[in-house]
Write a protein that binds this ligand. Structure first.
Ligand SMILES: Nc1nc2c(ncn2[C@@H]2O[C@H](COP(=O)(O)OP(=O)(O)OP(=O)(O)O)[C@@H](O)[C@H]2O)c(=O)[nH]1
Ligand SMILES: [Mg+2]
Length: 315
């Protein structure tokens, strides 16, 4: 039986293998994605993002066990930032999600960000597609919301939950980090800590000024995830957002935007490959750098010259 046959028979080992194949960009991986694509499109994607240590994994764990208890098929992707400051995150995620990882309807994958040439968002989106095609109904994607790549991941999701904690500071800092724009639901976690009440009312004020978004009033939920407090209310808000967005015309726009982003990413990546392998392979690049360095050429006309070697056919 082929790997794909086993995959479609819901073999977890085949699922892991297909994901590795995609992550490593093995030969023909794009064809494989093309074959999976028609089987995908049913999963609901929930992004959980926020600063390091805010409690994202703990929240993902609590929400997942509630969904899994309701017999939902779940996929969880934890994006490991591989930063020297959060080097232990990978192991930490595994430990905190140990209980749910034993359930037959839950599949957890930790993804390292290093070495993904197509970018984190691209690989995450491809792994999401694989889980979707496998038949996962909900896919939770945990990312540390501190960089552009992480913000891009939010575009993949249907509901983005932004997790904040009192220690992270005031709303000005959150706005700077770009977190205020991407949240469909905000969570003040560690509400057992000092300053949680202030953060909550500050957030509510900022969101009130921002107003409704296409008829969705962005809620703020207080949680104490380690003790499973407020997590039920959070899941309720997620389900509410799901039914809101699924029935609202904004969903079509959202889906089309996802397709637009995906398509342009795929084309850009192919351009990049074309450039590195054919137009400007390393030796050619190095000699151009030398020529520019010696003042014999300028980078602008050199760039145009390289580009002009592409034959663009109109059809
Ligand atoms: N006091 C308190 N601690 C919490 C709460 N929720 C989570 N924690 C603790 O905060 C720490 C970080 O939690 P994680 O769930 O790993 O946070 P994270 O956002 O996934 O962390 P990274 O993935 O490393 O960015 C853990 O020690 C948790 O037990 C809470 O509500 N109150
Ligand atoms: Mg985590």
């Amino acid at each position: 039986m082929s790997l794909l046959d086993r995959f479609f028979q819901k073999d977890g080992v085949a699922l892991s293998k297909v994901i590795s194949y995609i992550e490593n960009q093995e030969p023909g991986y794009q064809k494989l994605l093309g074959r999976l694509y028609p089987h995908a499109g049913k999963a609901y994607k929930i992004g959980i993002t926020g600063p390091p240590g805010a409690g994202k994994s703990t929240i993902a764990d609590k929400i997942s066990s509630k969904l899994a208890a309701g017999d939902k098929e779940l996929g969880i992707i934890a994006v490991d930032p591989t930063s020297p400051f959060t080097g232990g995150a990978l192991l930490g995620d595994r430990i905190r999600m140990q209980d749910i990882s034993l359930l037959p309807n839950v599949f957890i994958r930790s993804m390292a960000t290093r070495g993904s040439t197509g970018g984190l968002a691209q690989t995450t989106s491809e792994v999401t597609l694989v889980l979707d095609a496998f038949g996962k109904e909900y896919i939770l994607i945990e990312t540390v919301g501190v960089g552009q790549a992480e913000l891009d991941v939010a575009d993949l999701c249907d509901t983005t939950v932004v997790v904040l904690v009192p220690e992270f500071g005031d709303s000005v800092q959150m706005m700077k980090a770009g977190l205020m724009e991407i949240g469909d639901i905000f969570v003040v976690n560690k509400s057992d800590r000092l300053g949680a009440g202030r953060l909550l009312s500050e957030l509510e004020m900022v969101l009130e000024i921002r107003g409704n978004q296409d008829g969705w009033g962005i809620p703020v939920v207080a949680t104490e995830a380690v003790n499973n407090v407020g997590t039920e209310a959070l899941l309720e808000k997620i389900i509410q957002h799901q039914s809101y967005i699924s029935s609202h015309p904004v969903y079509e726009k959202h889906r089309k935007n996802q397709i637009r982003t995906e398509l342009s990413r795929i084309v850009s990546r192919q351009f990049q490959e074309l450039m590195l392998t054919r137009l400007l392979p390393s030796p050619r690049l190095e000699s151009l750098i030398e020529e520019i360095y010696r003042g014999e050429k300028d980078p602008y006309s050199s760039g145009r010259e390289v580009f002009s070697r592409i034959e663009v056919r109109d059809n």
